[in-house]
Design a protein around this ligand. Structure first.
Ligand code: AMP
Length: 416
């Protein structure tokens, strides 16, 4: 990512950090690699993410480690290691950083990509699901998205999922050869993954697949209804998608995804859900949680397609230009002083002529140039040029600073 791209990332980062502050999420930074077993246990042995996509290797100490394919498992590991389960709940955390999945790269799918995510631990209340979904919706609307689809489902819990899994196993048996080998194999270990299979023939065979709706237990049903009611109250429109299971095994109950209709196959900009068993799976007590993650590169791609990318930052700051070498000491003092009072400021270190310095200032997108030295400069006098309007005035340094800080309109210092 080069400087010409970086400002686009900054705009996403600012929006995310601003929301984290206002929603009261606190930052957690976890290592980029973890014990591979952590992901196997949490994300799921049969998930594509673990089975096919995880960067997994043995280090020099013989430990099996993995580059993190997602952020939640590491967050939960750290949470437990530092005793957060014993603190007053709920605990609200956010993270931002690179994730790694070995998949075929394509538009919107990289092997290293950045995720921003939030996790809310310690409550099963449907309001917390809505908090996470609302945060995500706010994040996207703050970036200018207006037409994203919010897809929602409940994937049940330990008590109702087995009956759905049984129904799916029956379905997989009936479909037989129409399904890919992987799906037939998964029939025993994790039949829910069939819903997530990307193989074309499997997708076609899904038309009459049983839905989880009929299998949800009363508690899951009530929870899902409450989430939907709160979303309606919050005027968040959504689409119930009975096939939405998401790629990670740890989800229970709520699962959601924000979809862009402007992207091709990789159209999910972000998503998440509830993970009430994850903390326990990672060796902790039974402690519920709900969270989400969004993918930075993919969002930027969608913003580009929808014309939402921010303009390049407007020219700003001050370039201190030298009319002659003798003024270099004074120019440097001005430069460091401007920086000290908060300006982006720069000068030439390569003894360029004035014309070349003006070009340099333009290239660097400086709004003002302060020309120091030369015959017309008296005492601390200098010329301030507004690179946008082309206006140019002779001023004392003090008046120039006043003008730059917006305290006063540009005033001309009378020669004495
Ligand atoms: P997941 O962790 O699979 O729930 O994905 C959450 C979000 O991360 C997705 O909606 C994408 O925006 C992003 N994402 C996941 N995998 C990739 C990838 N390989 N390349 C780029 N972005 C990704």
């Amino acid at each position: 990512m080069l400087p010409t791209e970086a400002y686009k990332w900054h705009c996403l980062e600012e929006q995310f950090f601003k929301l984290c502050r206002s929603y009261n999420f606190q930052e957690i930074r976890t290592p980029i690699f973890e014990d591979a077993e952590l992901f196997v246990r949490s994300v799921g042995e049969d998930s594509d993410v673990v089975k096919k996509e995880m960067y997994r290797f043995v280090d020099k100490g013989g430990r099996e480690v993995a580059l993190r394919p997602e952020g939640t498992a590491g967050g939960v590991r750290a949470f437990l290691e530092h005793g957060y389960q014993n603190m007053p709940q709920p605990i609200k955390l956010y993270y931002y950083g690179p994730m790694f999945r070995y998949d075929r790269p394509q538009s919107g799918r990289q092997r290293q990509f950045y995720q921003m995510g939030i996790e809310l631990f310690g409550t099963q209340d449907p309001l917390s699901d809505v908090e996470v979904i609302k945060f995500t919706a706010n994040f996207f609307s703050g970036l200018g998205f207006e037409n994203l689809e919010l897809r929602l489902n409940s994937v049940g819990c330990q008590s109702c999922r087995p009956s759905y899994q049984e129904a799916l196993q029956g379905f997989i048996r009936d479909k037989g050869e129409l399904l890919c080998r992987e799906c037939r194999k998964r029939s025993h270990s994790n039949p829910l993954r069939v819903l997530d299979c990307k193989v074309e023939t499997c997708r076609e065979a899904l038309t009459d697949i049983p839905y989880i709706d009929q299998h949800l237990c009363p508690d899951c049903r009530a929870h899902y209804s409450a989430v939907q009611e709160h979303l309606v109250q919050q005027e968040l429109s959504f689409q119930h998608d009975p096939l939405l299971v998401r790629g990670l095994d740890y989800y229970t109950r709520t699962a959601f995804e924000f979809i862009s209709t402007h992207l091709g196959a990789q159209n999910s900009l972000g998503g998440g859900g509830r993970y009430d068993d994850l903390v326990e799976l990672c060796g902790g007590p039974s402690l519920p949680g709900v969270g989400m993650a969004v993918g930075v590169e993919r969002i930027l791609l969608a913003m580009e397609k929808e014309g939402l990318l921010p303009e390049e930052p407007a020219p700003s700051g001050v370039f201190v230009a030298l009319r002659n070498k003798e003024a270099v000491g004074w120019a440097q003092r001005v430069l460091y002083d401007l920086r000290k009072i908060g300006f982006r400021a720069e000068m030439d270190y390569m003894e360029r002529g004035l014309k070349a310095q003006m070009k340099q200032a333009n290239r660097g997108r400086f709004r003002f140039v302060l020309i120091v030295g030369g015959e017309e400069a008296l005492g601390d006098g200098m010329v301030l040029r507004d690179m946008v309007s082309g206006e140019q005035k002779e001023l004392s340094y003090e008046d120039a600073v006043q003008h730059l800080t917006g305290a006063q309109p540009m005033v001309r210092r009378e020669r004495q």
